[in-house]
Design a protein around this ligand. Structure first.
Ligand SMILES: Cc1ncc(C[n+]2csc(CCOP(=O)(O)OP(=O)(O)O)c2C)c(N)n1
Ligand SMILES: [Mg+2]
Length: 331
């Protein structure tokens, strides 16, 4: 794996802080009804992405995830202004404003969405990996999903096929403790989701998902295994600070529980190392914080000032086939 250096810590700090503040801004503009529909935020889970990106080969590896998907494409290289514009429903967005929050996508940056059907991306991720194996590409697909999605039957079908065909895929369950308001405890007789891989002889293990170093190390081992020998399953134990979506009253957990996780916040953990190792002065850190704030403001300005798509585009996006064999309805 690439060495974890002073620069890695500094980049992790800047990136994770930007992702956090980018989403804080989304929450604010959502309340102003500038962003509509659903909005699921990633606050608290940033170390999973930071560690994964460090371990991936960003010239070829791919990623697919669920609807909590705003910051992953940014990490993969998509212009954050275009991600914010997509949430605003603007023409300059990643899908010309037609996808919205749950459907960020960039083939160019090998980010395959953005999926609203819980667990729907699990077979799709294996399908992408199948395509790469078939074509002889050297790429690995990170297929990320939640603890709730891990309970879908499609996980088992996919694990079986992926192992049978030794597909270059890493399955990553981001166990943030809850599927909407349902805790992991209430969904199965044991809480070790990683053990689901063992029935398929898939190398599987749990990882501390609040620490990007731990994530990067585990991801690297998993990705390089997948590249040569086939699937790997990681259960990354993480936590989301905000509600499931913006309309969640969070009656299923206590404020104390959230506060406990904030004590091991990934951004704070990284900042503590930067300070302890004297990687930067207080003034330098202040300058980074200001740069992050400015970058978020730039994204907001870009989204605000971008035009909505032309009304005609509504019809351009609809599937049409003139000779479709409609069956006449008989009364
Ligand atoms: C097939 C399907 N069933 C139910 C839903 C409603 N739903 C949306 S998110 C969600 C919870 C998923 O939780 P988890 O997989 O843990 O992901 P997290 O939101 O925690 O990231 C549910 C049940 C859905 N979108 N799709
Ligand atoms: Mg969850």
């Amino acid at each position: 794996m690439k060495e974890i250096t002073k620069e890695t810590y500094i980049n992790w700090y800047k990136d994770m802080l930007f992702w956090r503040k980018f989403e804080d801004k989304l929450a604010a503009v959502y309340i102003q009804q500038k962003v509509r529909g659903f909005l699921h935020l990633y606050n608290g889970q940033e170390a999973v992405l930071a560690g994964a990106l460090h371990a991936m080969d960003l010239t070829k590896d791919k990623m697919i995830t669920a609807y909590r998907n705003h910051v992953q494409p940014i990490g993969m290289g998509v212009d954050p202004r275009r991600v914010m514009a997509e949430l605003y429903g603007k023409e300059t967005g990643t899908s010309h404003g037609m996808g919205g929050s749950m459907h960020i996508f960039s083939k160019e940056h090998r980010f395959y969405g953005g999926h609203g059907i819980v667990g729907g991306q699990i077979p799709l991720g294996a399908g992408i990996a199948f395509g790469d194996k078939y074509k002889g590409n050297d790429a690995v697909t990170l297929t990320c999903f939640g603890d709730g999605a891990a309970r879908q039957g499609s996980l088992h079908e996919t694990f079986n096929m992926a192992m049978l065909w030794k597909l270059p895929v890493v399955f990553v369950v981001e166990n943030n403790g809850y599927a909407m308001g349902t805790s992991v405890k209430r969904t199965a007789n044991h809480e070790d989701i990683w053990k689901l891989g063992l029935g398929y002889d898939m190398p599987s293990k749990p990882v501390d998902g609040m620490n990007p170093v731990k994530v990067a190390e585990a991801m690297y081992e998993a990705i390089e295994h997948a590249r040569k020998d086939g699937p790997y399953f990681l259960e990354v134990k993480t936590y989301r600070y905000r509600g499931h979506s913006m309309s969640d009253a969070q009656h299923y957990r206590t404020k104390d529980e959230v506060a406990e996780y904030k004590k091991i916040d990934p951004i704070t953990q990284v900042l503590d190392v930067i300070k302890k190792e004297k990687y930067a002065t207080d003034d330098e850190i202040k300058a980074w914080d200001k740069a992050v704030k400015d970058k978020v403001a730039e994204c907001e300005k870009f989204a605000e000032e971008s035009p909505y798509p032309d009304k005609q585009a509504l019809y351009d996006m609809v599937y049409e086939q003139e000779d479709y064999p409609f069956v006449k309805h008989k009364l």
